[in-house]
Design a protein around this ligand. Sequence first.
Ligand SMILES: O=C(O)c1cc(C(=O)O)oc(=O)c1
Length: 305
Amino acid sequence: MSAFAKTPGWLDWCAKPSQPRFRLPPGAVDAHCHVFGPGAEFPYAPERKYTPCDAGKQQLFALRDHLGFARNVIVQATCHGADNAALLDALRAAGGRARGVATLKRSVSDAELQAMHAAGVRGVRFNFVKRLVDFTPRDELQEMAARIAGLGWHVVVYFEAADLPELWDFFTSLPTTVVVDHMGRPDVGKPVDGPEFALFLRLMREHENVWSKLSCPERLSLSGPPALHGEQRAYRDVVPFARCVLQAFPERVLWGTDWPHPNLKNHMPDDGLLVDFIPQIAPSAELQQRLLVDNPMRLYWPEEC
Ligand SMILES: O=C(O)c1cc(C(=O)O)oc(=O)c1
């Protein structure tokens, strides 16, 4: 029993994911996943917009091993607000096999930042998705970006495609590497060569410090089919968007499961089949190596590269 009542309609993560058919390259990194609680140990934040099921570090590490990943990048989930305790606990338990992206308040002290760095945090997440977070003034974010730049960290941004024009000046003023979550959430019902996605491609083309995660087909897809029941060609409508980014910027892309998949409404993917989605977007061994190993290692474990 969880210590918290889940948001009505909440879909729990897939308890028995299939064994992927796609063999991940040795050293592959799941560069976008979360931990939720468990709530009894790491309470969810009072300001949260949803209450999830528990999804703790041991369950994440078991999934990592089952799917064949070597490492994780754990991204602070909004249900924990700026309390990074569950994230830091997971990083410390991972034995060097996980790095983290935290959420910060401007009141964070230099000593706290140093402790986070020692635990494995290498980035801060700025979230602009209105259903997930309250507004934070841009000057506060600028101030935090300047502080973490000194630690060699980067900024991860989560926003929806329609908001990119308004966020453009802010993003392009950031002094660090900027990693975009889930390809900037394109509307895949619109053409891949249409003006909305072109703006996102332009952001990456004109700003070599901008990277993208090619993650979350299960969230972006409108017509599926979902990664369920052995489906080997899931989320076909997302494939052209991810391929386009990978082909244009193969040295600046990452991939992650997004486990435990917060806020999905119509299905919960089989994570084994989500791994089988990867060769649809990265068809060659060379692209798979960059997407899953070389790029995340360069960003999160540069001392090993
Ligand atoms: O689209 C979402 O609901 C979502 C939420 C969170 C979070 O709550 O942190 O993270 C994600 O990567 C995606």
